[in-house]
Design a protein around this ligand. Structure first.
Ligand SMILES: [Zn+2]
Length: 310
């Protein structure tokens, strides 16, 4: 690979997430972290906020260090702390009297500061692109889709086995993966697959009816139900969920299999939204073909075209 790459929060090993390896000691010296330790939020929100700030401080130092490290064409810092903060403390944003209201705003002020610092370093013809992969809103209720599938007879686990997806019984017609991707338990595709190809469409219709009528506390839960071919394309289409559910405001759909109830409230107070993601750019060189309503996929095409033209 021609360049530097530091993987994000799904990496399981710090050193293996960094390329080239020669950068490892420097990043360790800067106290660089792949992610905030969200476990701390479950114990003590003060510890979590401390960790959040330390992670951001180290990331800013790494950005400053790497800025002059090599002669790059694309430099892409990612901030995941805002996501962690909004999951745990959307309640603090919402309420001016909340103990952590100012801590919440301070984190975003620091992000603003970094963006400003980066902007001030740009050369005249450099393009600055800012984007988020989703927005946020207040979380009212978590809704456990696999719990629904179990109670409606679409999902069963082997007798005396733990309720995990590896223990699915062949009576299963469908199961969900986080956050709300529904897979038909197709014969030949999964170890306990049982739904014949010819029965798949009827099964999808039954599921669509189930999700359309789903209510919690008398409120409709599901806003949109997509079939995979409506929203995905490409060589891995067959591996996508057969249905993708988008929730109504406030509902957070989850794929956990251990929930004891259909709906509940965990430690999170904020949840992702689909429609509030943003894309900002300062470039004059937007290709004429660029969409008025770009998707996150368009951002990649945009970056490629800007680099090619520079
Ligand atoms: Zn998140």
């Amino acid at each position: 690979m021609n360049g530097v790459h530091i993987s994000g929060f799904v990496s399981i090993d710090f050193e293996r997430s960094i390329h080239p390896k020669s950068l490892v000691p420097q990043l360790k010296k800067l106290d660089y972290r792949l992610d905030v330790d969200a476990q701390k939020a479950h114990k003590d929100l003060n510890l979590f906020l401390e960790d959040l700030n330390e992670t951001l401080t180290a990331r800013i130092k790494a950005i400053e260090y790497l800025w002059n490290y090599t002669d790059w064409q694309v430099f892409m810092p990612t901030f995941t702390g805002t996501d962690r903060l909004m999951h745990f403390l959307w309640s603090a944003y919402d309420d001016k009297d909340h103990k952590y209201h100012n801590d919440f705003l301070d984190h975003f002020r620091q992000i603003d500061q970094v963006v400003g610092d980066i902007y001030s370093k740009l050369a005249e013809n450099d393009a600055l692109i800012m984007l988020s992969d989703h927005g946020f809103e207040r979380l009212e209720k978590d809704v456990y889709i696999n719990h629904l599938l179990v109670s409606e007879g679409f999902l069963t686990f082997k007798p005396n086995a733990e309720p995990k997806l590896v223990n699915i019984d062949s009576a299963t017609k469908a199961f969900a993966l986080d956050p709300a991707r529904i897979y038909i338990n197709q014969k030949g595709k999964y170890p306990a697959g049982s739904v014949e190809a010819g029965d798949k469409d009827a099964c999808l219709k039954d599921l669509e009816n189930l999700f359309q009528s789903l209510q919690v506390d008398g409120i409709k839960v599901i806003k949109h139900i997509y079939r995979k071919q409506d929203i995905y394309a490409g060589p891995y289409l067959q591996d996508a969920g057969d249905l993708v559910l988008i929730a109504e405001k406030g509902f957070n759909l989850k794929g956990a299999t251990t929930a004891r109830e259909l709906a509940g409230k965990g430690p999170f107070t904020g949840k992702h939204t689909y429609q509030d993601a943003f894309l900002l750019l300062n470039s004059k060189d937007i290709p004429p073909s660029f969409s008025d309503h770009p998707s996150v996929i368009d951002a990649g095409k945009l970056i490629k075209s800007l680099v090619t033209n520079s």
